[in-house]
Design a protein around this ligand. Structure first.
Ligand SMILES: [Zn+2]
Length: 353
């Protein structure tokens, strides 16, 4: 069953609206232009839109999920988190549903003054539910164009695949499929290939051939690593997958040589502090290594990962940099600027301004 949101977080950030976002006084960086580089589209669907889709597609959501929307979920581990996401998947059934989700997520991001975002999408998950490529990308791009016109927000796609498909042949099939559709989407807003799913038992090295193919075709590489697995996972993502940014990567902090390497080669970590605490990577914000990584010269961006699931917004994450992680204003400004500096096509924001 869902339990109340972590009390410390709730207290420090004030009351939340039904959508899980904070509605109260403006905080120092709430209206600053910002970029969001690590957000999964399916973990970011505004709750009201999920409920609308559940009704439209006749999906009975269990009581604990509905309670989670109201009070916030509290996850004990990655497995429970994955289970909740699986329960929500049937809410999305058609390419038109994707258009609605993209547009409404764009509206929410723009409300937080996000000007550029790379949204992570898992095409194999869509295909498995009969939402076929390229129809899926076409409707997403229809919304992407409307988001640009209506909200002045530039969206790009990171297509990822799940590394934890147990059957080896099936895993290879989906890696092939995902790489092909990502390459096919190169001229339609897809900027990178990503790798998601459980890190344990699925090290980056296993996926080198697909990332090599994607990079040769012109895609960037931004795998998840160093979240539930240690620094070896980040080393593997860099050496075997040519990672240009690391999704999470926070456990790099356990290896001083890796910290020095990330700083020297300017390889950014797309960090999501609330996600790390919700999924038990760190016990509390005070234990989070982001300030230490930043001070060591590692480029860091701050992001929301699965904001609906964690009852957080990007603006909450940025406010937390000072209130929970103790960074000063200059450091927060620098981290916000990194989002534009390291967004693969963030220069499009300047071009459209
Ligand atoms: Zn993620």
């Amino acid at each position: 069953m869902a339990e109340p949101t972590h009390p410390t977080k709730q207290d420090s950030r004030g009351p939340r609206t039904a959508s899980g976002s904070a509605s109260r006084h403006m905080r120092p960086f709430d209206s600053a232009p910002k970029a969001e580089l690590h957000v999964h589209m399916f973990g970011a669907i505004p709750p009201a839109i999920l409920l609308e889709l559940a009704q439209r597609n006749r999906v009975d959501l269990p009581a604990d999920i509905l309670a989670g929307f109201r009070a916030g979920f509290q996850f004990r581990d990655f497995d429970r988190f994955s289970e909740v996401l699986r329960t929500l998947r049937p809410c999305v059934q058609t390419a038109e549903d994707l258009e609605l989700i993209t547009y409404e997520l764009g509206r929410e991001l723009a409300r937080q003054h996000v000007r550029y975002a790379e949204l992570m999408v898992t095409p194999m998950g869509l295909e498995l539910r009969g939402i076929r490529f390229p129809a899926s990308l076409e409707t997403m791009n229809r919304a992407r164009a409307r988001v640009r016109t209506d909200f002045g927000l530039e969206l790009r796609w990171i297509f990822d695949f799940n590394r934890s498909v147990p059957d080896e042949a099936e895993c290879r099939y989906w890696a092939d499929y995902s790489t092909e559709v990502a390459i096919a989407g190169l001229d339609a807003g897809v900027v990178a290939l990503g790798l998601s799913g459980a890190e344990d038992g699925n090290p980056p090295e296993q996926f080198a051939p697909w990332f090599e193919r994607a990079r040769a075709a012109g895609l960037h590489s931004v795998p998840h690593a160093g979240e539930h697995a240690g620094p070896e996972s980040v080393w593997g993502a860099i050496s075997a997958l040519g990672a240009e940014r690391i999704a999470h990567g926070v456990r790099a902090g356990e290896d001083p040589a890796l910290v020095a390497h990330l700083a020297e080669h300017r390889i950014p970590l797309d960090v999501c502090p609330t996600s790390n605490v919700c999924l038990g990577v760190y016990q509390s914000p005070a234990a989070h290594p982001l300030p230490r990584l930043h001070r060591a010269g590692v480029p860091v961006t701050v992001n929301s990962d699965n904001p609906t699931m964690f009852g957080v917004t990007l603006n909450d994450e940025i406010a937390g940099l000072s209130t929970e992680l103790g960074l000063d204003e200059a450091a927060v400004s620098e981290i916000i600027a990194n989002g534009f500096r390291f967004g693969f096509e963030a220069e499009a924001v300047c071009a459209s301004a």
